[in-house]
Design a protein around this ligand. Structure first.
Ligand code: NZQ
Ligand code: ZN
Length: 390
């Protein structure tokens, strides 16, 4: 562990199938006016909405609602939420949903009282908030992003063809999150699978950087092993509570800042995935699965030792009689097998990417230098071409 860092994570978690009962205790800490935000209606179908509303009413809250937060929330929707939050001077934003709803709540939290245009300030210029921040609490219903315990807020601007994430600090991270694995049992299989890959990708993005011996990498390997095990069970039987519960907990720890400690971290797969998202509005996890193997195969030689370790420690590849390169390659082959087993999208063609978009996607891809290789635009295009069907 050669890096220097400060670690803190202010989000309080309530985990388990009885965890919603603690919501009332949390609500008491905030003023009367609560902005309740949620997605396209799943929480009304599965009853979570009624349960949350009852608790809000019992606590005597005035509830303002912003429903209809779409997957990959847009900048227009952000402005709508800001208006409601500001006009009513809300004391708390309660996000009930998946990563999109929670990311959105954080976006509104920093933007409602912002004097300038929040898209420009937070997403284009990456400035930090210097205005009032509205506290956010969450009830998580879909697993994958880790948004329940991090400062990430990803917003899409379709007009500008950009999807950008800002990772805000402690002040913006949820004050509390209610994690009930039962809530995830109604998530459609496609979304569940996308979430599974999103978790894996978050861990790999942090794992595949640096060469020092780092505790974070050992934790990452444990998380990946747990995810691989539970994901196989969940794909066969999505109603398996134990598997879904482990997946929920793994997702949170995959991206709540812990395993990034002491690491430069890569995130290039996410940068390419987000650019694809800006062009296609595809499901986040699937944008990552479509490009991961071509990306990792492209950079493998630059981080050979870590890819070899990945093969041995995560996938139980036997290195005997193999060159380092063969061992490392076998690890990526195992990753590919697992991806096929759980059924993620394996190419960008199936996400709706057309040849005439490749240049624009490459332009919209931020090129980062935390991983084993800093790509050029030309290399991004090559990786995209390798991610096409056939
Ligand atoms: O909108 P509703 O009707 O609620 O349906 C949602 C949505 O269609 C549905 N769903 C959620 N919980 C459900 C459910 N359906 C039935 N039962 C339930 N219990 O699932 C669909 C997907 O939800 P969404 O929130 O969009 O998915 P996810 O959690 O994957 O979030 C994706 C967003 O998070 C961003 C992504 O870019 C994307 O915009 N990310 C946020 C990150 C962060 N904060 O750190 C990091 C990630 O890498 C990611 O970029
Ligand atoms: Zn992700």
């Amino acid at each position: 562990m050669l890096g220097n860092f400060i670690y803190s994570n202010p989000t309080k978690l309530y985990f388990g199938d009885d965890s919603l009962k603690y919501l009332a205790d949390e609500l008491k800490k905030y003023g009367k006016k609560v902005l309740l935000t949620y997605g396209g209606g799943s929480i009304k179908k599965n009853g979570i909405y009624d349960d949350v509303i009852k608790i809000l009413n019992d606590c005597g809250k005035d509830v303002y609602e912003v429903p209809g937060v779409m997957s990959n929330p847009t900048v227009e929707k952000l402005y709508e939420g800001c208006k409601v939050a500001k006009e009513n001077d809300v004391d708390l934003i309660l996000a009930v949903g998946g990563g999109s709803v929670i990311d959105y709540a954080k976006g509104v939290s920093v933007s409602a009282h912002c004097e300038s245009d929040p898209w420009e300030k937070y997403y284009l210029k990456m400035e930090e908030p210097n205005n009032k921040i509205i506290p956010v609490g969450t009830v998580l219903t879909m697993v994958g992003t880790g948004s329940e315990m991090n400062g990430g807020s990803v917003i899409t601007n379709h007009e500008q063809k950009l999807k950008i994430g800002h990772v805000f600090g402690d002040d913006v991270m949820p004050k509390f999150s209610v994690l009930n694995p039962k809530y995830t049992l109604t998530v459609p299989k496609y979304q569940m699978t996308a979430g599974l890959f999103d978790i894996m990708s978050h861990i790999m993005e942090q794992y595949f950087s640096n060469t020092d011996d780092n505790t974070s990498d050992y934790i990452a390997e444990g998380l990946m092993r747990s995810l691989i095990h539970s994901s196989r069970i969940a794909v066969k039987d999505p109603q398996d509570y134990e598997a879904r519960s482990n997946i929920m907990w793994t997702a949170t720890w995959a991206l709540n800042t812990l395993i990034a400690m002491g690491k430069s971290t890569d995130w290039e797969v996410h940068m390419i995935g987000q650019a694809i998202g800006a062009y296609t509005d595809a499901t986040h996890g699937m944008t990552l699965s479509a490009v991961s193997l071509p990306y990792y195969r492209y950079i493998m030689k630059n981080g050979l030792e870590k890819f070899k370790r990945f093969a041995i420690n995560v996938w139980n590849v036997d290195p005997k009689g193999k060159t380092d390169e063969e061992t490392a390659s076998s690890g990526l082959d195992e990753l590919e097998k697992w991806m096929n087993d759980i059924g993620v999208v394996m190419n960008i063609t199936d996400l709706g990417v057309k040849d005439n978009m490749l240049d624009g996607i490459a332009d919209a891809t931020f090129l980062l230098d935390g991983g084993y290789k800093t790509l050029t635009k030309k290399e991004v295009i090559e990786i995209l071409k390798n991610s096409k069907k056939g």
